[in-house]
Design a protein around this ligand. Sequence first.
Ligand SMILES: Nc1nc2c(ncn2[C@@H]2O[C@H](COP(=O)(O)OP(=O)(O)OP(=O)(O)O)[C@@H](O)[C@H]2O)c(=O)[nH]1
Ligand SMILES: C=C(OP(=O)(O)O)C(=O)O
Length: 225
Amino acid sequence: MPRSAPSDETPWCLVVPVKRLGRAKSRLIGADVPPELRERLALAFATDAVTAALSATRVAGVLVVTDDPTAAAVLGALGAKIVPDAPDAGLNAAFAFGAGTARRIHGDGIGVAASAADLPALRGAELDIALARVAGDKRHFIADAHDIGTTMLFAPPGTDLDPRFGGPSRAAHTASGAVELPGTDISSLRRDVDTPADLVDALRLGVGPATAAVWAAGNRAASGV
Ligand SMILES: Nc1nc2c(ncn2[C@@H]2O[C@H](COP(=O)(O)OP(=O)(O)OP(=O)(O)O)[C@@H](O)[C@H]2O)c(=O)[nH]1
Ligand SMILES: C=C(OP(=O)(O)O)C(=O)O
C-alpha cells in the first residue's frame, strides 16, 4: 500500500468498537451509579461520542464494530456504518477488523482514527484539532486522562493501525513507535469513563445530551421525584 503523509485534505474514518451492552462498563457500578443505569449509560456514552465525531469536519464517516443489536440500531440511526464484530476476539481484533473494513469502504486514501466509545464529553471541534496535529506517516495516539491508557489511535493513509489497547496502553503504543499527541486543548478526547469517579469528571467537563438525559433520569428515579 503506498504511504502518503496526511494533509489538510485527509479524510478520516472513526472506527468505534462497542462491546455487547450486557457485558459493558462493569467497573462503572458504585455507590453513585446503580446497576440498572450501567447498560443505558454505556449506550449513551457511545451515542454522544458518535454524534460529536460525526460533527467533526475532518471525519468522513464513523464505523461502529458491534454485535449488540440495540447499539447497532441507535448508532446506525445517527449515521454510523455498522459492522458485526466478526473476529469476536477482543478489543484489538475489533479495531484491526474495523480499520481494514474502513479502508475497503473508503479506499486507501482514508486515515483511520480508532476510538473508544466511552467518551461522553467528546467534542467534534477538539477531534478536528487532534486530527490536524497528525503529521507524517507515523501512528499517533491520545493518552487517557489518567496518563495510563489510550483513548484514540490514528493511522494515516497507508499506515497499519497495529492497535495495542488494553491496560497500560499508553506505554505500549509509545513502545510500538506511535507518537503521543500533546495538548491541554483536547481534554474532551482524553476523558474516557470507566469508573464512577471518571463519570463525575466527565459530567464536570460537560457530557453530551444522551448521557445527560440518562444521568438526570437516574437521579430523579433515585430521589423518587
Ligand atoms: N466490539 C468490541 N468492542 C469492545 C470489546 N471490548 C471492549 N470494547 C469497547 O472498547 C472500548 C473500551 O473498552 P473498556 O473501557 O474496556 O470497556 P468495557 O469492557 O465496557 O468496560 P469494563 O467492563 O469496565 O472493562 C469501549 O468502547 C468498549 O465498548 C470487544 O471485545 N469488542
Ligand atoms: C482499553 C483501554 O482502556 P480501558 O479499558 O481502561 O478503558 C486502554 O486504555 O487501552
